[in-house]
Design a binder for this molecule. Sequence first.
Ligand code: HEC
Length: 122
Amino acid sequence: MKMTLSKHLATVLVALALGVILQFGAGGNAVAAEVEFTKEFTENPENLATGKKIWVKQCAKCHGQSAYPGKAPKLKPEKYKIGFVYRRITKGFRGMPSWKKKYNKKKRMSIAAYVKSPGFVQ
Ligand code: HEC
């Protein structure tokens, strides 16, 4: 009985380790693969309002009009795919920290949706 249990535990641990390797080993693709932006999501007024609120509070300090010059580039949303914006927010990039710990997936998706929306103002 004891034997079977530890064998079972070992199997679970191996499976977990494999999962971790797959998740991180695939790099950026893992992040891209885990999100899907539907029209329902990106056009949902509540999500856009959440994204806007976070943008104004958190992102505008470094990006756009109200940032001091040279702090961070003005964004060019028309040049990005929404998944790219999501990845940058999630993983961070050079001078920008990752926002993964601060905002959950839905919030990060909402920020990306707002940046890509027609109402985006920076
Ligand atoms: C502490 C300042 C700072 C804050 C706050 C910040 N950023 Fe950034 N952001 C940067 C810097 C610096 C870069 C990278 C510049 C470079 O090296 O190209 C960057 C890059 C980006 C890029 C990629 C731009 C590109 O063309 O590659 C996106 C998208 C972005 N930020 C979105 C956001 C969003 C959304 C938020 C709010 C959640 C945010 N940033 C908050 C400093 C900041």
